[in-house]
Design a protein around this ligand. Structure first.
Ligand SMILES: C[C@](O)(CO)[C@H](O)COP(=O)(O)OP(=O)(O)OC[C@H]1O[C@@H](n2ccc(N)nc2=O)[C@H](O)[C@@H]1O
Ligand SMILES: Nc1ncnc2c1ncn2[C@@H]1O[C@H](COP(=O)(O)OP(=O)(O)OP(=O)(O)O)[C@@H](O)[C@H]1O
Length: 292
């Protein structure tokens, strides 16, 4: 059996720079992984079946990104092998932590290994992009500056603080945020160097104002958490994250979280825990841009 992590991601900053003809928005964002996430267990089957347990509430098995990633790899390689896959789900769904995308990326890397397909990382990232814009960064496995819809990646080294991640108990529909008339979608593009220059105190998420206006519970949670430390929305929410000075501060905040909210502490990682588990070498942040 192959057991691998599917870590969460944070958007440490997120600018929306425009809207493409197909309706998708162009972004500039800094992705970083957390040392917390889901776990997936893979065992080989020789009959071509893909069996996933347990089912996720509200997600049909064939729509699950894990099953879709497995089927995509089978089709790509005319592969007749299958897998039993068990998912230990810890990340909230639709929370802006990229759990579904991370599950898909872990499945691509795991089955590439289990089925001995030897597909390159470039090919796996390109396949992943067909499943979602956030999948390639999980396949690459290094904190990154991302442009386009999140698929044009340049590895970066970011500070790796402790965070408290707070889920305010509401689900935010990503499409409704991107469709909101009042969303800021004309932030002028900046260079990666400029984005990195100011560091965390200068970072913001262009979705945050719109999400807080539409979801009072997110606004309330933001006000509460930012009373302890600098706080920001990840992706289109609903999760918020506070950047802390040390782990003790995280523990102290966690003791005060009210009922109806769910929170956990995590450390930022520039090398994905998935790639650490697979024994991959860290990609140098000085390395070239990894465009698909
Ligand atoms: C905003 C981020 O959280 C940043 O990491 C992600 O790009 C969101 O990715 P995601 O949750 O996988 O979103 P998807 O399922 O691909 O898109 C949901 C819907 O949001 C809108 N959408 C999404 C991403 C994007 N760059 N522009 C968009 O306009 C589209 O209407 C799309 O139909
Ligand atoms: N294995 C999976 N895990 C989680 N969600 C899945 C999975 N497969 C399909 N989905 C669907 O994808 C949706 C988005 O899930 P995900 O957890 O990636 O959202 P998210 O954290 O908001 O991601 P992002 O940060 O990319 O917006 C879920 O609401 C669910 O319907």
């Amino acid at each position: 059996m192959l057991t691998l992590p599917a870590p969460a991601k944070l958007n440490r900053m997120l600018h929306i720079t425009g809207r493409r003809d197909d309706g998708y928005h162009t972004l500039q964002t800094l992705f970083q992984f957390l040392d917390v996430g889901d776990t997936l267990h893979f065992s080989l089957r020789d009959d071509g079946e893909i069996r996933l347990t347990p089912a996720l509430p509200g997600v049909a098995t064939e729509a699950n990104l894990i099953v879709r990633a497995a089927r995509m790899l089978q089709a790509e390689n005319s592969c007749h092998l299958g897998a039993d896959i068990r998912l230990d789900k810890r990340l909230p769904m639709g929370g802006g932590l990229g759990g579904g995308s991370s599950n898909a990326a872990t499945t691509l890397l795991a089955l590439n290994r289990l089925w001995k397909l030897a597909l390159s990382e470039d090919r796996l990232a390109a396949l992943g992009l067909q499943l979602g814009a956030d999948v390639p960064v999980f396949v690459r496995g290094h904190a990154a500056w991302a442009e386009g819809i999140g698929e044009r990646l340049t590895p970066v080294e970011l500070d790796t603080p402790w965070f408290v991640v707070l889920h305010p108990g509401v689900t935010v529909a990503t499409a409704s945020v991107f469709n909101a008339p009042q969303l800021t979608r004309d932030t002028p593009p900046i260079t990666m160097a400029r984005a990195l220059q100011g560091g965390a105190p200068a970072w913001r998420n262009d979705c945050q104002t719109t999400v807080c206006e539409r979801y009072p519970e997110v606004s309330k949670a933001f006000d509460w958490l930012s009373g302890f430390a600098p706080t920001m929305l990840t992706g289109t929410g609903a999760c918020l994250f506070a950047r802390l000075t040390d782990e003790r501060q995280a523990d102290s905040i966690l003791q005060r979280v009210g009922s109806g909210w769910h929170a956990f502490k995590a450390k930022g990682c520039n090398l994905s825990p998935l790639h650490a588990a697979l024994g991959c070498r860290a990609v140098s942040a000085k390395g070239r841009a990894k465009a698909l």
